[in-house]
Design a protein. Structure first.
Length: 318
């Protein structure tokens, strides 16, 4: 399909969604729709990252960050447009943004070199590392149920990564680096939120830092001038990622967390479908078994944190 046609379909879809949501009065239904669309857009972004594999990861990361800024500007209040970037928490923003940029780079490398279903499954282990980081950096006390969840999650990660260990495929390390970065990002976002920082400002500084991180790869070669077709794909990577993040946030504002969080696991379904039809990828028994353990682990953590009325850690945000 020509890229211009893809763009027309994409923006028509967004316009129709905006019109249709006005007719939906049930907040939970609307939140569910936002979550499903978020998962779909993240999955489409992953597909485009694999398709544009002739471009350096840093160049794709730069495109994701720069064009991902566009949706963010729609969130900035009109009375803050001239000074929205001002903050008293510069150091916290730097830590969140730098760790997030490293995590983004890692997941992009993983997507380029592993099956979609493998990367998606390993990314689900993010909440497990958040539990560990919460103990280390927030001094939280963890009881037996969540320790069991953490143990199950680690087993799941090892099961999925087994083929990599057997074949010395070091690319399995990259999604794990992403989940470690994800855990750090979650801690910093909690601190920034408690400090009263708005979501658009957190996302803005993350995008700026990620763009600079991507630019640092320019002197090492690999960057090329994209064709008009590929330029559209690179722009779509940024737009899809940016809109997916906004929809993710909106879904949690609209609906009950306990109802919509399980919808995040549709991303594994999309990864298997897209991987099979577009890249001839067939999930191994290790991937399916490990993913099942990680999903059970994340579900236990989610239920427990929901009972304790703690902020829910999202399975993926980038």
């Amino acid at each position: 399909m020509p890229p211009i046609n893809f763009c027309i379909i994409f923006f028509n879809l967004m316009i129709n969604i905006n019109e249709n949501t006005k007719m939906i009065k049930n907040q939970n239904q609307l939140g569910g729709i936002c979550m499903i669309l978020s998962v779909l857009f993240f999955s489409l972004m992953d597909v485009l990252i694999k398709i544009t594999n002739e471009y350096d990861v840093g160049q794709v990361m730069f495109s994701r960050a720069i064009f991902g800024l566009i949706p963010i500007f729609f969130l900035i209040p009109k009375n803050r447009i001239k000074n929205f970037y001002k903050t008293k928490n510069k150091l916290l923003h730097f830590y969140r943004s730098f760790v997030g940029a490293v995590a983004m780079y890692a997941i992009f490398v993983g997507l380029r070199n592993l099956q979609l279903s493998e990367v998606t499954s390993l990314a689900f282990s993010g909440p497990i590392w958040v539990v560990i980081f919460s103990i280390l950096f927030l001094g939280e006390k963890i009881r037996a149920k969540r320790w069991i969840a953490v143990a199950l999650g680690f087993v799941g990660v090892l099961v999925i990564s087994k083929p990599g260990f057997d074949n010395l495929n070091f690319y399995y390390i990259y999604p794990i680096i992403f989940t470690l970065g994800f855990a750090g990002v979650s801690i910093f976002i909690r601190k920034l939120t408690l400090a009263g920082e708005p979501i658009y400002l957190i996302a803005f500084y993350f995008s700026i830092c990620s763009a600079i991180f991507g630019l640092f790869t320019l002197p090492f070669g690999g960057w090329v001038i994209p064709s008009s077709y590929d330029l559209v794909l690179l722009i779509l990577i940024g737009l899809l990622g940016g809109i997916a993040n906004l929809l993710l946030t909106k879904s949690y504002q609209l609906a009950e967390v306990s109802l919509i969080t399980p919808l995040k696991y549709l991303s594994l379904v999309f990864a298997i479908i897209f991987g099979f039809y577009l890249f001839d990828e067939i999930p191994t028994i290790y991937t399916l078994a490990g993913a099942s353990l990680i999903i059970i682990s994340s579900a236990i953590i989610f239920v427990r944190e929901h009972q304790l009325k703690k902020p829910i850690t999202l399975p993926r945000e980038q």
